[in-house]
Design a protein around this ligand. Structure first.
Ligand SMILES: Cc1cc2nc3c(=O)[nH]c(=O)nc-3n(C[C@H](O)[C@H](O)[C@H](O)COP(=O)(O)OP(=O)(O)OC[C@H]3O[C@@H](n4cnc5c(N)ncnc54)[C@H](O)[C@@H]3O)c2cc1C
Length: 445
């Protein structure tokens, strides 16, 4: 029996599926118990219940980062804990476990401020930040984890702890994912950003466009963060007419300088190929979701990624271009700037200059065998092969959609940091209760 203010669901209960369903529809967890937490006390009760019975605990806010297909255990759903409180004088926000970036963006925007949010406003702020968090303005402001001031976290011993810089657990939470406890809220510093110049240019996908973007990234200031996405688009009415049915390359730009210098900076890109469509201009940060235009609807997908010190445009093009073996969306983000600087966050491989990741749609559980259906094992094998061939220096786990092997998780950190994280895991979660994630196993005694 779990006594909570929120709700408890078991398989077969009305509401079980609705509480469990998130953005990722592939490999959904089938827990024995779902605790839809109303607050930190419910999280403590759920953790205590699980630990007493030796059950693993998973945490879900939005389901954008589902890492492990699991049977059984306890799922703590933080969806209802979505409070956001901005302190404009301090330039900070208190963000509860289940709040999505869209709410933080709206609240901060009222005061001319912005959070270190990423391409999709539907992603959960806490889960994103625990994975490091690579935002739209990352080259100027670093990782989201670099902006955390405090966490409230329930650890495996059932204690609710306030964790601040100086506590050994603080650093582990800046990139160590959900391994060390359930974060019930965090305080973050907001960015002094009310507007930006940004948006996108669309081209037909060619290796030349990719190479032109790569060469251009070497010329831009840290105030400009950009990415490129190669996307096979369907011939469907929802797609803007100039892009319909084409394999397009979408160059995405976010620049905090004025519009005039933004236009000047972007100008050389226009000669990369014929511009099929353009959406660039000055915008309030509250419109920043239009830059990447990520899909908002839940679907089934698998993805993998790698951090690169060099981008071989021809090789990257072959992974996801029109004649790729598996229809794939490829994204490359330009790193460097503040991302390359040391910070307390445990994120490794600061020398990487690009992060590349691929995503492929999977057989939709609602329409098995439907259009775009692809077999998960074949897709994962393809993605692993391609990532190995690109020869990256490590992984950025936020862009690793789905289960990661122990070595893929280890490859997200510098080796000595990883050993430190394993030691801290042994201190704070020796039974590995929080293992349904990109798991860092406890160091053996
Ligand atoms: C469309 C899309 C766009 C994205 N864009 C970006 C981007 O621009 N930059 C970037 O860095 N990442 C990005 N991501 C990756 C995203 O940040 C991660 O998938 C992140 O884990 C999502 O967190 P969530 O809470 O929304 O997802 P969930 O699936 O609900 O949670 C993912 C994991 O985070 C952990 N977690 C979540 N909440 C808590 C908590 N309160 N306490 C402890 N652990 C917790 C758990 O391990 C959980 O399994 C994107 C993902 C998608 C699908």
């Amino acid at each position: 029996m779990i006594r909570v203010e929120g709700s408890v669901y078991r398989p077969g209960d009305p509401g079980y599926d609705a509480e469990r369903d998130g953005f990722q529809l592939h490999g959904q967890h089938r827990p024995d118990v779902i605790v839809a937490a109303a607050g930190a006390a419910d999280v403590r009760a759920a953790v205590e219940y699980a630990v007493e019975r030796g059950l693993p605990v998973a945490v879900q806010a939005s389901g954008h980062g589902l890492a492990e297909t699991a049977e059984g255990g306890v799922l703590i759903s933080t969806r209802a804990m979505d409070g956001v409180r901005v302190d404009p004088a301090a330039g900070t926000a208190w963000v509860e476990a289940g709040a999505r970036w869209e709410k933080v963006i709206a609240e901060a925007g009222r005061h001319g401020l912005a959070p270190p949010s990423g391409s999709s406003p539907n992603v959960g702020a806490v889960g994103y930040t625990l994975g490091g968090g690579m935002g739209l303005l990352a080259r100027q402001y670093g990782y989201a984890a670099d902006h955390v001031r405090a966490f409230e976290v329930v650890t495996a011993d059932g204690r609710a702890r306030q964790v601040t810089p100086g506590d050994e657990l603080f650093r582990a939470l800046l990139g160590g994912g959900g391994n060390f406890g359930v974060v019930t809220g965090m305080e973050i510093g907001l960015l002094p950003v009310a507007r930006l110049y940004g948006g996108g240019l669309y081209f037909d996908s060619t290796a030349e466009v990719l190479e032109a973007w790569r060469a251009w990234t070497e010329t831009v200031p840290d105030e400009l963060t950009s990415a490129i996405a190669m996307v096979p688009l369907p011939d469907a009415p929802v797609i803007p007419e100039p892009l319909r049915g084409r394999h397009v390359t979408h160059v995405r730009v976010a620049y905090t300088g004025d519009a005039e210098s933004g236009e000047r900076l972007v100008a050389p890109l226009r000669s990369a190929g014929e511009v099929l469509m353009e959406r660039l201009g000055d915008m309030p940060y509250t419109e920043s979701h239009t830059i990447s235009d990520d899909p908002p609807h839940p679907h089934a997908y698998a993805g993998a990624g790698t951090l690169l010190t060099e981008l071989d445009s021809a090789a990257a093009f072959a992974v996801a271009g029109p004649s790729a073996e598996v229809p794939t969306v490829l994204q490359v983000r330009h790193l460097g700037g503040a991302l390359a600087k040391p910070s307390p966050a445990v994120i490794g491989h600061r020398e990487a200059r690009y992060v590349l990741h691929v995503v492929a749609g999977l057989d939709d559980p609602d329409t098995p065998g439907g259009p775009g259906a692809q077999d998960v094992e074949a897709v994962r094998a393809y993605q692993r092969r391609q990532m190995d061939a690109l020869g990256g220096v490590g992984t950025f786990l936020n862009f690793h959609c789905g289960p990661a092997t122990e070595s893929e998780v280890a490859a997200a950190y510098d080796p000595d940091v990883y050993q430190d994280l394993r030691r801290l895991k042994a201190t704070y979660d020796p039974a590995n209760t929080f293992r349904l994630n990109h798991n860092i196993p406890p160091a053996s005694a």
